[in-house]
Design a protein around this ligand. Structure first.
Ligand SMILES: O=P(O)(O)OC[C@H]1O[C@H](OP(=O)(O)OP(=O)(O)O)[C@H](O)[C@@H]1O
Ligand SMILES: Nc1ncnc2[nH]cnc12
Length: 214
């Protein structure tokens, strides 16, 4: 029988994540954004977490595609510009006018191949302080690639905001983000995530060795 752990009481919007299926290696999150109050709750928590830093933040950087919704919402709430890191090939600019992460292999590499993210160069300047947001951080590959790109352009990443960052031990890159940056991740509970992973595997009929059953 499936037992669903309770959501942390102060973050009821986590209940708006549809966990009934994980087809294509991911949860389908458009229903999160369609749930009244869910995005508001996440945005308020991100703003609350970074309230001390926000006066000295120059921009919010969002990752293509659902990270754009988070970045747009934060931009509207805070009055900070949104800088959108687009998937490779989408910016209608000459190569010299865009900065690219270079190809990376994220959670979907087996199905979709390598991806890259690109930023308009003239939106980023040396010494800028930014918060980077995405709706979901799984292996941490995309967020790490964008953070490194921003830093290579002389930008200081003062925070990362997201709905979900993978629990400790699942991905070295996600662990490094948690260790090295000021991260607000609404769903980063090792216990709750381990329970959800077990439920996902049970649905998929995966047999685990007894020692690895979380
Ligand atoms: O931690 P990672 O393994 O890098 O995965 C996280 C990223 O993967 C998903 O994006 P996807 O490229 O599927 O695009 P989408 O936002 O258009 O759904 C998700 O929205 C994150 O951006
Ligand atoms: N929406 C999502 N759900 C689960 N794993 C993911 N990895 C990347 N995006 C994801």
């Amino acid at each position: 029988m499936t037992t669903t752990p309770p959501d942390p009481p102060h973050r009821p919007y986590l209940g708006a994540i549809d966990r009934t299926d994980r087809k294509k290696g991911r949860y389908e999150l458009t229903s999160f954004f369609a749930t009244p109050g869910a995005l508001d709750g996440l945005l308020c928590d991100i703003v609350g977490h970074f309230s001390g830093k926000l006066p000295r933040v120059d921009a919010i950087v969002g990752l293509d595609a659902l990270g754009f919704v988070v970045a747009g919402g934060l931009s509207a709430l805070t009055g900070k510009p949104a800088i959108l890191a687009r998937k490779g090939g989408k910016l209608a600019l000459a190569d010299e006018d865009k900065a690219s992460t270079g190809a990376f292999a994220d959670y979907a590499v087996g199905r979709e191949g390598a991806k890259a993210l690109e930023i308009r160069r003239d939106l980023v300047r040396q010494g800028m302080r930014v918060i980077v947001v995405d709706e979901w951080i799984d292996t941490g590959t995309q967020m790490t690639a964008v953070v490194r790109l921003l830093e290579s352009l002389g930008t200081e990443v003062v925070g990362i905001g997201t709905l979900h960052l993978s629990r400790s031990g699942r991905s070295a890159a996600a662990d490094a983000l948690w260790r090295d940056y000021d991260v607000f991740a609404a769903n980063r509970s090792d216990e709750v995530q381990a329970q959800y992973e077990k439920e996902d595997e049970d649905r998929a009929g995966v047999t685990r060795p007894a020692s690895s059953a979380a």
